[in-house]
Design a protein around this ligand. Sequence first.
Ligand code: ATP
Length: 306
Amino acid sequence: MARESIIAVSDLKKAYGEVQAVAGVSFAVQPREIYGILGPNGAGKTTTLEILEGLRLPDSGKASITGLDVVRNQRAVKEIVGVSLQTTGLHDNLTVEETLFMFRAFYKNGQSVDELIARVNLLEKRKARVSSLSGGQKQRLALALALVNDPKVIFLDEPTTGLDPQARLSIWETIEELRDAGKTIILTTHYMEEAERLCDRIAIMDGGKIIAEGTDKELLGMLDFSGTIEGPLNGLKEQLQELKKEETTVKVIFTEDRFYLHSKDLVESLRQVLGKFEQEAVKDLVVRRATLEDVFIALTGRVLRD
Ligand code: ATP
């Protein structure tokens, strides 16, 4: 690899009693990358992040940021990383600007409160109390708190969980601006669309382990199909069975009243499916390209979200 890693993690392990939350995790992040850790609840994402942030000690393994060991150089690491608080950690009675002044005071160097408020588009909410903010505005404030010390590396734990699509999009844009401004970002998510849209590389985590890693293209390339056609059977199960013989068909799955066809060539398969329906009105036919959800299912046999 040409560039030197800014974050290096090697065989990290952490158990809580009987639960092996992190079971030997290794990865490296390059400067100015957005690196995503994608996985279901309980996969060990937060624990991994907390070890890197110096909030938890690993049982074994090593992690370093800009060459500084996160256990031995905790203080120095804290100066160069920014951590987005869960919104539940914000004080309801403080205003946006009071919250930022309070956190800003912990650091000698960093961005001014004015710059921070502008960066996360909270200008009109400057004097508003945290309790009056929407979910999206609270997430923006949490993001601003991660920037108070103008960190090189930013950790974002599920930055858009629970937000509506518009609020999510605006957080994504801010995260992209931070990357363009030279920051390195690690984020955890259980939204595959978020990982696909934002992340330069993605680690898929399950049961405390990274089970696959790469760009979204590389991960999607692990599948033997490029997309799925889904629709109602309309009493045509037998005719649809015939599609199993087509070269472009990878697999056809039938449920009681629907079919799912995994295809190597969606356009060609769609023609074939429509051919089977002939005069029937085909309502409710869904054509979708393969996603990281499909990769997760292929690797684990389970869906990402329950
Ligand atoms: P989520 O998306 O739900 O936050 P996660 O991928 O971030 O999930 P972790 O929070 O790291 O996963 O949790 C990994 C495992 O460790 C889970 O089984 C969880 O119940 C357990 N766990 C996490 N924190 C603790 C703790 N402080 N004490 C005991 N068990 C814990």
